[in-house]
Design a protein around this ligand. Structure first.
Ligand code: C5P
Length: 242
């Protein structure tokens, strides 16, 4: 049986303020999506990769990923949808008959190390149907709601302060039993049409089924790139790696 990795790269990444999609932004000479695909391939536990790309960019993405000598697993490219959830669904539709484990990974986390990929796949193969990497939260986190009328627009009311000891900030790659992930996407399909309702991660769709999801220890290097500053931090992490 085989493991398919869906590498989501169809976002616009407007917060980076570049003219090109975030997944194609350069980090130390290579696009983010190439860094992510290299580490998936280097894990030794991924048999093939499907990259979701922005509309009209399939050949550009195929050229940079499939032709990279370090990405030595088969790569297919599919146009993503209007939300991350829709993009993952488009990738999942390409799963082959032997793919019993599916990873979902964001190109926006280009330095997620191969050992993390193995940790997630090992946990799925050990019988956990939905596995996410997570790190303890160091900030105190508040849940907020609207403030009473008369407060300014910048003021929110604190509703709750969860005990941070039981919180985890989750990352990708997330790993799934393929049939469970397909069931979760089928049941949650209606949510995928709008950003406000779409799932921000795939484990959330599994949880909505009432099925358990599990956390394994994440990695600092699996940080998400959202801003220009994140790119600078990633460049430093890469330097430390070499
Ligand atoms: O925008 P954000 O950084 O949260 O996106 C997370 C990941 O989902 C990125 O790798 C992005 O390329 C991907 N994505 C996608 N299709 C969308 C929106 C985001 O594949 N419609």
């Amino acid at each position: 049986m085989t493991t398919l990795a869906i590498l989501t790269a169809a976002g616009s990444g407007t917060r980076l303020g570049r003219d090109l999609p975030k997944a194609l932004v350069d980090l130390a000479g290579f696009p983010l999506v190439v860094h992510a695909a290299r580490r998936l391939a280097a894990s030794g536990v991924v048999d093939s990769v499907v990259v979701t790309c922005p509309p009209g960019l399939d050949s550009a993405v195929r050229d940079v990923v499939a032709q990279d000598p370090h990405v030595d697993v088969p790569v297919r490219v599919v146009e993503g949808g209007g939300t991350r959830q829709a993009s993952v669904a488009a990738g999942l539709a390409l799963a082959g008959p032997d793919d019993d484990v599916v990873l979902v990974h964001d190109a926006a986390r280009p330095l997620a190390p191969p050992r993390l990929v193995r940790r997630v796949v090992d946990a799925v193969r050990a019988g956990h149907g939905a596995v996410v990497p997570g790190l303890p939260v160091t900030d105190t986190v508040k849940r907020v709601g609207p403030a009473s009328s008369g407060s300014g627009p910048d003021v929110e009311r604190v509703v709750e302060t969860p005990d941070r000891a039981v919180l985890r900030a989750v990352q990708t790659p997330q790993g799934f039993d393929r049939a469970l992930l397909e069931r979760a996407h089928a049941q949650g399909a209606a949510r995928a049409t709008a950003e406000g309702s779409a799932a921000t991660d795939d484990a959330g769709l599994v949880e909505a089924l009432g099925e358990p999801a599990y956390v394994v220890t994440g990695e600092e290097a699996a940080m998400k790139i959202t801003t220009e500053r994140d790119l600078q931090v990633a460049a430093l992490l890469l330097e430390e790696e070499s």
